[in-house]
Design a protein around this ligand. Structure first.
Ligand code: KG4
Ligand code: ZN
Length: 336
């Protein structure tokens, strides 16, 4: 089975071709237009998807030496995400599927991030805990079986990636904040500042990063410009350590609670080397196996959507042509 996967939920236009589980191509065009605004501007995002979608799909076909006639099914993200952005991928997918007379399936973007782990580790099987950490989401999910998900905890305010992006902006490091904070933090001292860690009430697997963000803001405001300049690496380091600490401890608690032996990471923040290192150390100590996808599969991409679609389409599960974008789609129920 040959699947075309399309992803346009946020600021990346992605298309990929999979032949069964093998990635033949995985093309991503990341929108740079938002850099000037320090965050994603939804209207600009949908316009940029409209411009990029056809060339990106064409490039995915070219690189895989396929034509549209070779494709047996189309998988596309229908939520969560920005309504206008989702609409672009969904409309193109519906149009292609109808004209080619092949099935299409709407995929939950977060489920796609989970399946990215299966693309790099084909032997991975549930049960496992996955920590999804991206620009829009921070969730701990218990994967009982493929297609069966139970959300154990989520952020009550900012997502982890969003906190990185906001602190990056606060420190004048540019957008997105994650990669540049990780780089800047390498020159910082871990004991320089004691930022708060929000563990919330006993036993809670929810997250909250807004208090940490405010603590960074207050710290920055108390410094004069010259002091701030010299303290940026320390602030970046201590902020990152505080985020990582909470993510690691809550993930281990989730694995203990659900009595699983495997943990996966997913989403754009999962490429963070400090998170990976600390998660690995904690898992080694507690006797859990831990995995994460390669950087190109941690970030938003069409291959993870195609892989999720393959699972459903191979069981003859597909969507109807009246499927609409669901910007707030979540894991509140089993399956999609
Ligand atoms: O999954 P993703 O590509 O898009 C969403 O679905 O949101 O995640 C993007 C997020 C951004 O907030 C970005 O700052 C963060 O991932 N990120 C990182 C790193 N690289 C990207 N956060 C921390 N450390 C990194 N190295
Ligand atoms: Zn994502």
């Amino acid at each position: 089975m040959m699947i075309l996967g399309i992803e346009t939920s946020c600021d990346d236009t992605g298309a990929a071709i999979l032949r069964e589980q093998s990635i033949l191509s995985n093309i991503v065009s990341t929108q740079i237009v938002h850099k000037n605004f320090g965050g994603i501007v939804p209207e600009l995002a949908s316009r940029a998807h409209i411009q990029a979608i056809v060339p990106v799909v064409q490039e995915a076909l070219n690189q895989s030496n396929c034509s549209l006639n070779d494709v047996d099914g189309i998988a596309v993200t229908y939520g969560p995400g920005l309504a206008g952005s989702l609409l672009v991928g969904l409309s193109v997918s519906k149009g292609l599927a109808q004209s080619l007379n092949i099935p299409f399936i709407g995929v939950n973007h977060l489920e796609g991030h989970i399946w990215a782990n299966k693309l790099v580790r084909s032997e991975l099987e549930p049960p496992f805990i996955v920590l999804i950490v991206s620009g829009g989401h921070t969730q701990l999910v218990y994967v009982k079986g493929w297609g069966h998900y139970q959300m154990l905890g989520r952020t009550r305010d900012d997502a982890a990636g969003e906190a990185f992006d906001k602190v990056g902006k606060l420190l004048n490091l540019g957008f997105p904040g994650g990669p540049v904070i990780e780089k800047t933090a390498r020159d910082g001292r871990g004991d320089a500042i004691s930022f708060p860690r929000a563990f919330l009430e006993k036993g809670s697997l929810d997250f909250s990063f807004s208090g940490l963000k405010t603590a960074v803001l207050n710290h920055v405001r108390a410094l004069n410009p010259a002091e701030l300049e010299t303290r940026i690496p320390d602030i970046a380091r201590c902020f990152q350590d505080a985020v990582v600490d909470v993510l690691v401890q809550k993930t281990i608690s989730a694995a203990e609670k659900m009595k699983v032996k495997q943990i996966c990471l997913a989403g754009g923040v999962a490429v963070n080397g400090v998170l990976q290192k600390h998660m690995k150390a904690a898992c080694d100590k507690a006797g859990y196996q831990v995995f994460w996808p390669t950087p190109d599969l941690c970030a938003d991409n069409g291959a993870m959507i195609a892989r999720t679609g393959l699972f459903y389409l191979s069981q003859q599960i597909h969507s109807l042509n009246n499927l609409n974008p669901v910007p707030t789609l979540n894991f509140t129920h089993d399956a999609i």
